[in-house]
Design a protein around this ligand. Structure first.
Ligand code: HSE
Length: 306
């Protein structure tokens, strides 16, 4: 057993337009930092800043515990999570913490975890945070780059590392509202019209081909979604107005990040204009927002082991 492990894990854009619960993109930043110390007498979780999440409802705790139980270890640990973004933002806050915690615990316990084990454990964190064990955010947070969930049972995933993707910038804008993933999933119907499913299959296939053939303009044009966004717009009535502003300012594509409320635009060169136009559009819809410019990034990594 190791005395101390420090891991970093990225925030993520899930769905990436049409790929509900399937596509993910790791962001270069912000990232969560997770530190586990094992030479302690009592299990404790510390989150910085303190979001007052009870330990038993903490996604990272669920993920770390799952790894420990799988390894039949029941030793106390101290876990410090320095958050890169707030919970309920839409850029995979709980997934970053869950993946970082699962990986840190596996390293601390000398457990040679497979990616599937870490994704499975982290999905329990997602279930804790949102009610369902979806794995699009956690797959991107673990593996980095652009990720595709090929199968959920058994877990099979594909990842395309950032260096193999077209070069593009990502403007993420976070409005000053919280939309709980549980609520954003709760309003979705059990079944969708066949015509909508057909549209999304076309968009997803096109995005994958365009990603692999360096055609970022086409990726941008097909960041659209007929399956979940029409329902989620009830919670984000400002969406069309903000999208129009970003596209008019030169964004190549625009969509909701995960379950929202964060939105993202992909850009080549106009990122500052797009960030400004998106914030202005939120302002005219009566909301404060904050943008940052980032890019596709690498997955979770171990920063220190003692
Ligand atoms: N795919 C998930 C959703 C991501 O859209 O509900 C949320 O974390």
């Amino acid at each position: 057993m190791k005395a101390y492990v420090k891991v970093s894990a990225p925030t993520t854009v899930a769905n990436f337009g049409p790929g509900f619960d399937t596509f993910g993109l790791a962001l270069r930043e912000p990232r969560d930092i997770i530190e586990i110390t094992t030479d302690v007498y009592e299990t404790e979780i510390e989150t910085v800043p303190d979001y007052s999440i009870p330990t038993k409802k903490n996604a990272a705790f669920a993920a770390a515990n799952s790894i420990a139980w799988k390894n039949r270890v029941n030793a106390p640990f101290h876990m410090k999570i320095t958050k890169g973004t707030r919970p309920g933002s839409g850029i995979g806050s709980s997934a970053a913490s869950s993946v970082g915690a699962a990986l840190a615990m596996a390293v601390a316990m000398d457990f040679e975890a497979k990616n599937e084990d870490l994704i499975q454990a982290s999905s329990l964190g997602e279930k804790m945070a949102s009610g369902t064990p979806h794995i699009d955010n956690v797959t991107a947070a673990l593996l980095g780059g652009f990720t595709i969930v090929s199968s959920r049972n058994p877990i099979e995933v594909i990842s395309v590392p950032p260096e193999k993707l077209p070069k593009f910038d990502i403007v993420v804008t976070l409005p000053d509202v919280v939309i709980e993933t549980r609520k954003s999933r709760g309003i979705l119907p059990k079944n969708v019209p066949l015509t909508s499913a057909v549209e999304n299959i076309s968009y997803c296939s096109t995005i994958v081909h365009a990603m692999m053939s360096n055609d970022i303009e086409r990726v941008g044009r097909f960041l659209t979604d007929e399956i979940v966004l029409p329902y989620r717009k009830q919670l984000m009535p400002w969406f069309d107005r903000v999208k129009k502003a970003a596209i008019d300012a030169g964004a190549l594509g625009f969509s909701v990040s995960g379950a929202g409320p964060a939105v993202f635009a992909i850009c080549r060169g106009n990122q500052k204009d797009v960030a400004g136009a998106t914030e202005d559009a939120f302002k005219s819809a009566g909301m404060k927002s904050q943008s940052f410019i980032t890019a596709p990034g690498k997955g979770a990594e171990v920063l220190a082991v003692k």
